[in-house]
Design a protein around this ligand. Sequence first.
Ligand SMILES: Cc1cc2nc3c(=O)[nH]c(=O)nc-3n(C[C@H](O)[C@H](O)[C@H](O)COP(=O)(O)OP(=O)(O)OC[C@H]3O[C@@H](n4cnc5c(N)ncnc54)[C@H](O)[C@@H]3O)c2cc1C
Length: 261
Amino acid sequence: MNIVVCLKQVPGTTEVKIDPVKNTLIRQGIKNIVNPFDTYALEEGMRLRERFGGKVTALSMGPPQAIEMLRDAISVGADDAILLSDVAFAGADTWATSYTLGKAVRKLGNIDLVICGRQTIDGDTGQVGPELAEMLGRPFIAYVSKVEEIKDGTLRVQRMVEDGYETIEANLPAVITVVKEINIPRLPSLRGTMKAKSAQIPTWTAQDIGVEKEKAGLAGSATQVVKIFFPQRVHKAEMLRGNVEEQVDALIEKLRDAKLV
Ligand SMILES: Cc1cc2nc3c(=O)[nH]c(=O)nc-3n(C[C@H](O)[C@H](O)[C@H](O)COP(=O)(O)OP(=O)(O)OC[C@H]3O[C@@H](n4cnc5c(N)ncnc54)[C@H](O)[C@@H]3O)c2cc1C
């Protein structure tokens, strides 16, 4: 089983600021973390390797500092990691992101399974998994909560749906996204930490993976963020006067005026 796990670095805080001109998040000076859902994807990749043999490659498209997140992936047990980083990839929407990730998976070749998190906590679209499957021309299963069996080139999983679970089979190679109910991610081991320190993590550019620049980054993005903003919250407080009965009467009147009772 050759498995690729897609990991995205995201801001580790909700206190992000927005550039009002570019309509982008200001990421400078923010501590980044691995997208929490992707830790479950990585754990599942490693569990499948332990059950069926093979190798787990962690893959991320992002700025150069994302290499630290990939080093962490090696410290918990990924065999290899690859960063996709190039100015041509900047400003990518989900489609251009999936195109670029797809090109890297093709370059790796001979991949049986690609595992993504169900969504990120910043972009939050949940689109990259299914789009990546489309780019690769492979079957896709979302919200996987259990991998039941892999046998004779077929994958059988349980996936979460609104009111229960479904059991689904797909031919390999395939792409899945996983939910956090699937496992409990492990912590880094001492051996893994030592390995991660000296691990060579290659950075692949657009040229390395044969990306056509007009299909990647901002140029290849079919969608554009027109405006991004925090909703304004207006808090109004009013002190009620008088004794308790008077305050209660005044409150009921105000609720009636506001048609809340
Ligand atoms: C409203 C909005 C504002 C945005 N603003 C900015 C911005 O200011 N600056 C900016 O740089 N980007 C911005 N983007 C982000 C950009 O479109 C996404 O980062 C990217 O396309 C991935 O989409 P997503 O985060 O929704 O991932 P999802 O589709 O939610 O991710 C699902 C899974 O796909 C995998 N995955 C996703 N992205 C990657 C990746 N890069 N590498 C490896 N695996 C990945 C992970 O396994 C993840 O769990 C914005 C997106 C939106 C919707």
